[in-house]
Write a protein that binds this ligand. Structure first.
Ligand code: AMP
Ligand code: MG
Length: 487
């Protein structure tokens, strides 16, 4: 276990030079204080969890002090936002503080979000508010616990610094961890500004550091792009299977590593709704829940365009063609497991689709349905769940099909079925209203609810004593919360 001053830095991105990022110092928050820290994320840096409670922790991640070896940089990138190209973006309020190695030889970027203005702040103030920092923290750690690839979050630091959004709020910083903060938009930036040398440098950097296995392939860049396609297909399959809606799938929010990245107005579905739009400024529903699947491919095509200097168009197209079939395979595999099935039949896709239609028509809670389906034998479970549906005849027909399917699956003892299903069907997810409760308490200075919710969500598949209130459908006030997009 390490103390805070024992971290080992190796700032490889900073060494790429000033064409890629700009040196900027964090702008400190007034009276920084720890809101919440993730012990699991601290372990990734080999940090002793008790250091989170020390004053220097809040000072470091509240922008007051820095390690001598840190080299804070704001990265430049661009990206397609809502389908249109924005030629220059960048870290407008985040700084890559440096890159740290842990004892296992893993490498983590330390990225401080809300650290003040940078050359890329455009009209923004460089700040992040407590509300959005808590949301990013909870979501990163909750997705990770669900087995969905995501950036991680070490801590949230609150403060007295006033920040203006729709009303006056308080500034905060969230310390994000990821093996890399390089986005699709980094490649787009160097492609559209026609800087082939830097673009090649970036491609080499990503290949060497993050896709070294592709070096052995006859066409390393093509192999790397294929792997990016594969990882995105798998990540989005998991979003769809667990009801996660990202909300702002702009190419500047897409990680080159295929991990969930940049949390804004995201939401987990409460009632199943394929057309759900969590981002209130997304008037056309470009990033609606079900559109995430084709948008994943659209974003990969935008990346492919930026890689045309390195890879032939035909090869890129062929690799892009892998996306949908891979997505389908991952999605169906997960949904079969969520249904407790261990074998595959041709009709399973339809069995899933029909269930989702019925859930959609009756507004059934997406998470709890699957959890309860695994609570007891298939016959008992469907008879109890029946009451949640309006179209009873429709549900009965589905239930008959399901029971017969389970029978053919020969799915073992009831005990085995329960264990298998509960291991993939969470009881606790980050519902918007739960986040809202925790935020309201934190805004009045009480951080206990954020910390408790974080704990509960770190073991989403395990029933936890005394935590029933986190496994409920939302109350009426919490059903259609308008989550502010200003963060
Ligand atoms: P987002 O929608 O959060 O992914 O942000 C899009 C771009 O706007 C990114 O380049 C951000 O760094 C920048 N940005 C967002 N909010 C702020 C802010 N308050 N101050 C400066 N830049 C910001
Ligand atoms: Mg972003």
């Amino acid at each position: 276990m390490k103390a805070l001053d024992e971290l080992t830095f190796d700032n490889r991105f900073a060494r790429l030079g000033d064409a890629f990022s700009t040196h900027v110092l964090p702008e400190p928050l007034d009276e920084p204080r720890l809101v919440v820290a993730s012990k699991a994320a601290m372990a990734l840096l080999d940090l002793d969890p008790s250091v989170a409670e020390t004053p220097v922790f809040a000072e470091l991640f509240g922008g007051h002090t820095l390690w001598a070896e840190a080299e804070p940089r704001a990265m430049v990138y661009s990206g397609h936002q809502f389908g249109g190209y924005t030629p220059q973006l960048g870290d407008g309020r985040g700084l890559l503080l440096g890159e740290v190695y842990n004892q296992a030889g893993e490498h983590w970027d330390l990225h401080l979000k809300g650290a003040g203005m940078t050359p890329y702040s455009r009209m923004g103030d460089g700040r992040a508010v407590l509300r959005s920092s808590i949301r990013e923290f909870l979501a990163s750690e909750a997705l990770h616990a669900l087995g969905i690839p995501s950036s991680r979050a070490l801590c949230v630091i609150g403060s007295n610094t006033p920040v203006w959004r729709e009303k006056q709020e308080r500034g905060a910083m969230v310390l994000r961890l990821a093996p890399s903060h390089i986005r699709f938009g980094h490649f787009e930036y160097f492609y559209y500004t026609q800087k082939p040398e830097q673009q090649a440098q970036l491609a080499e950097h990503v290949l060497n550091l993050h896709y070294p296995q592709c070096r052995e392939q006859p066409e390393p860049y093509l192999a790397m792009f294929r792997e990016i396609v594969e990882r995105n297909a798998e990540m989005i399959a998991k979003w769809q299977a667990y009801g996660f809606c990202h909300g702002v799938m702009n190419t500047d929010n897409m990680s080159i590593l295929g991990i969930t990245f940049d949390f804004g107005p995201f939401a987990f579905l409460d009632d199943f709704d394929a057309h759900f739009i969590c981002n209130h400024s997304d008037h056309e529903g470009r990033y609606s829940f079900s559109n995430q699947v084709p948008i994943g491919q659209w974003n990969l095509s935008a990346l492919a365009q930026a890689l045309t200097p390195f890879i032939s168009v035909d090869a890129l197209k062929e690799a892009l063609g892998l996306y949908l079939p891979l997505y389908q395979a991952h999605y169906l595999d997960l949904m079969r497991r969520r249904l407790g099935l261990t074998t595959a039949e041709d009709d399973d896709q339809n069995l899933v689709e029909r269930l989702l239609q019925l859930m959609q028509n009756s507004g059934v809670d997406y998470t709890l349905f699957f959890r309860r389906l695994g609570d007891e034998s298939a016959a008992l479970a469907v008879s109890r769940l029946r009451d949640d549906f309006v179209d009873l005849a429709g549900f009965d027909a589905w239930a008959e099909r399901y029971k017969a399917r389970v029978e053919r699956d020969g799915d073992g003892s009831e005990e085995q079925r329960r264990a298998r299903m509960h291991a993939v069907n969470p009881l606790y997810i980050l519902r918007n209203y739960l986040a809202q409760n925790a935020i309201a308490a934190a805004e009045s200075g009480d951080y206990s609810e954020v910390r408790r919710l974080h704990e509960v969500l770190s073991k989403p598949f395990e029933e936890q004593a005394g935590m029933e209130q986190y496994a409920q459908r939302p109350p009426d006030w919490g059903k259609h919360l308008e989550i502010s997009c200003s963060s």
